[in-house]
Design a protein around this ligand. Structure first.
Ligand SMILES: NC(=O)c1ccc[n+]([C@@H]2O[C@H](COP(=O)([O-])OP(=O)(O)OC[C@H]3O[C@@H](n4cnc5c(N)ncnc54)[C@H](O)[C@@H]3O)[C@@H](O)[C@H]2O)c1
Length: 258
């Protein structure tokens, strides 16, 4: 399908590895020029940009508004405009709400939620002025379903869901759509050690997770890349405020199977 992304300029945060990398590849495959933004994996972002050609790497910490403003300015200088923003950069803390340190709670909320807020605020005025734009936020099934020992993460993703809907309502009159893609468990570097492990406790956890997925497998980063490209495309002008679950049926079923 031609997603009408030729000539479009996209920013993908956290694009150096994992799901972000697959989003970058999906957008570039459809003809978009991509600014690959990362904080810790800039070398990998640079290598990916060199591989793709119509792309460049930019360093920014999305939890800092000054960093984000400078990054958006640099992308605009380089490519002339920003048509698409994908807020993908994310982090987590594997602790319950009461066990988590204030520092970790702050780090997760500042990266996941404030990252979306800083980036959206930095790109939206020019999108409004041009009367067009696409913003896609990466949420999670855990914005809707709580998970033990993931207190700050689940809280941040639920907040991203409402941020998505609120911003969609505010920007709808200006021709800018705002949607979220909410992945289930995806095969990336944060999950691979667990999914490759043969230790009994890890195998038990793998099986417990897979039992909750009607398709019986975890997802691939490319599953998310394709969904984001669709919502970022010219084919979806009437979809806004949506949360698209890409999860092998996890949310549809709702409760773990026995
Ligand atoms: N992997 C999963 O199973 C899964 C499931 C649901 C949602 N998600 C979400 O998808 C997104 C990507 O996940 P992933 O598995 O690819 O993670 P990952 O850790 O493999 O990659 C995240 C990237 O974001 C970058 N990053 C982190 N903090 C940043 C910051 N403050 N500023 C700029 N860049 C920063 C990292 O350097 C890294 O390159 C996250 O928002 C995550 O919550 C992942």
């Amino acid at each position: 399908m031609d997603l009408e992304l030729a000539g479009k300029v996209a920013i993908v945060t956290g694009g150096g590895r994992g799901i972000g990398r697959a989003i970058v590849a999906a957008l570039a495959a459809e003809g978009a020029t991509v600014a690959i933004v990362d904080r810790d994996n800039v070398d990998r972002a640079e290598a990916l940009a060199a591989e793709l050609g119509q792309a460049a790497a930019f360093r920014a910490d999305v939890s800092r508004s000054d960093d984000v403003a400078a990054m958006v300015e640099a992308v605009t200088q380089r490519f002339g405009k920003v048509d698409i923003l994908v807020n993908n950069a994310g982090t987590l803390s594997r602790k319950s709400i009461i066990e988590d340190s204030y520092e970790d709670w702050d780090r997760v909320l500042r990266t996941n939620l404030y990252g979306c807020y800083h980036c959206a605020r930095a790109v939206a005025p020019a999108m409004i002025a041009r009367g067009t734009g696409r913003i896609v936020n990466i949420s999670s099934i855990h914005g809707r379903v709580a998970k033990a020992a993931m207190g700050s993460y689940c809280t941040s993703k639920a907040a991203i869901d409402m941020f998505t809907k609120q911003l969609a309502v505010e920007l709808a009159p200006h021709g800018v759509t705002v949607n979220a893609v909410a992945p289930g468990t995806i095969s990336t570097e944060i999950n691979l050690p667990l999914y490759k492990s043969t230790a009994p406790a890890d195998v038990a956890l793998q099986q417990a997770t897979l039992k909750k997925v009607p398709m019986g497998r975890i997802g691939e980063p490319e599953d998310i890349g394709r969904a984001v490209a669709f919502l970022a495309s010219g084919k979806t002008p009437y979809i806004t405020g949506a949360i698209l679950y890409v999860d092998g049926g996890y949310i549809a079923e709702g409760t773990p199977r026995l």
